[in-house]
Design a protein around this ligand. Sequence first.
Ligand SMILES: Cc1cc2nc3c(=O)[nH]c(=O)nc-3n(C[C@H](O)[C@H](O)[C@H](O)COP(=O)(O)OP(=O)(O)OC[C@H]3O[C@@H](n4cnc5c(N)ncnc54)[C@H](O)[C@@H]3O)c2cc1C
Length: 465
Amino acid sequence: MKNYDVVVVGGGPGGYVAAIRAAQLGLKTALVEKEWLGGVCLNVGCIPSKALLKNAEVAHLLRKRGREFGFSFENLELDFGSAVKRSRQVSSRLTKGVGFLMKKNNIEVYMGTGRLTGQNLVEVNAADGGVESLQAANIILATGATPISIPGIQVDGEKVLTYREAILQEKLPQSVVIVGSGAIGVEFATIWSAYGVEVTIVEMLPRLVPLEDEDVSEELAKAFKKSKINALTGHRVMGIETRETGVAVTVSSENGEQVLEAEQALMAIGFRPNSQGLGLEGVGVKLDKRGAVEIDTRMATNIPGIWAIGDLTAKLMLAHVGSAQGIICSENIAGVETSTLDYEMMPRATYCQPQIASFGLTESQARERGFDLKVGRFPFQANGKALGLGESGGWVKIVTDAKYGEILGAHMIGPEVTELLPELTLAQMMELTAAEIARNVHAHPTLSEILMEAAHAVDGHAIHM
Ligand SMILES: Cc1cc2nc3c(=O)[nH]c(=O)nc-3n(C[C@H](O)[C@H](O)[C@H](O)COP(=O)(O)OP(=O)(O)OC[C@H]3O[C@@H](n4cnc5c(N)ncnc54)[C@H](O)[C@@H]3O)c2cc1C
């Protein structure tokens, strides 16, 4: 039997990053992966979706704004199949890179399904029937999560899809109903509508992207209306009937029921942690009500030597959170200096058009917690770079505590705002105030100047407003 200091089960952005950090710290490390290195994120999630969104941006520009930019076409042809092929190339390049990193760090990779057979034992079942047992002083579980559906609604992968089929299909539907307006729902709405697909997005809660600040939801609703995306908020999906030509989605709201017909439906209502079939019960690893593995701030489970990270822990199902957990987990195993995570302050990025980026408390959450607030807000309309890009919709809002100047959260909607997060999250982590951000000289013309202006606005003296 092979013996390791660390065996990681699951090769997504949580698992492979944890494995690299463990190896860097001198621990003999193996990684078990049943399907593909890079996990959901690199293969069928974050990365290919962002490649498709780039295509969507160009398609939107050409179809809807060609004249404004001075381009005209006789017969504009949009080949969505090529967009998907490009996204597969991007994905494949990155996953190969992960393979290279495993070799570079002397991490042994076992392709197969891992299962705990003891507190220090992982059994690996390879697709070819081979079985291998690995002994490890430490086991890091990083098996990710699976999309859920509404009870009674069957996902068939052809007419009723999850993100997996949606991201791989080369043919565009003529019309689609998207169930759920979280990040995945609004990103697919953006991709499809840019290519001229008739999109209806159904959200049970009263607003789009319901976990974001209320003002962000309102701004996105306006932008979606302009893009002719039909957003039905406050509507609950009651059932989906598949027909020969497509789907009939029954939705209900306070005004009664209606049936939406479309070629396809996408279920984008959330995920459940992949904690089943992992042998956790046998070893006594504690799960919460959602089936997520319970961890402490070190990423340790209740069983010594067993650790868990990423979507499996359902702390915040985002790739960078899984990776950060992975690094901290391996550092705790190695006994070196490390940190903890404040999940509320993690950056959150949604790549719909316009993009959304946020962290920390929304304005209303901060008020509910009893903070006396000072809020700084600045629109992209008054940002030269945004005007040059032709993307002057949206704004930035910084929420601070009036008493000590602490940054409690920030909410942005507009061009490339996902790239603007790190300055603010770093400032928050280092306990800087808005006044200090305002004193940081920002290059001109950049979108990032909006952060400086919003920071000035906190104290009521934005320069360009
Ligand atoms: C369409 C889409 C877009 C997304 N976009 C973003 C984004 O822009 N930004 C962002 O931060 N997040 C995004 N996410 C979320 C992100 O993909 C996940 O948060 C991230 O992949 C979680 O990483 P993980 O390592 O926990 O799990 P995963 O990436 O799910 O990896 C888990 C791995 O474990 C393997 N595995 C499972 N069970 C076993 C087993 N028993 N034995 C061996 N291997 C096993 C799986 O095959 C998989 O490779 C997106 C998700 C989707 C679906």
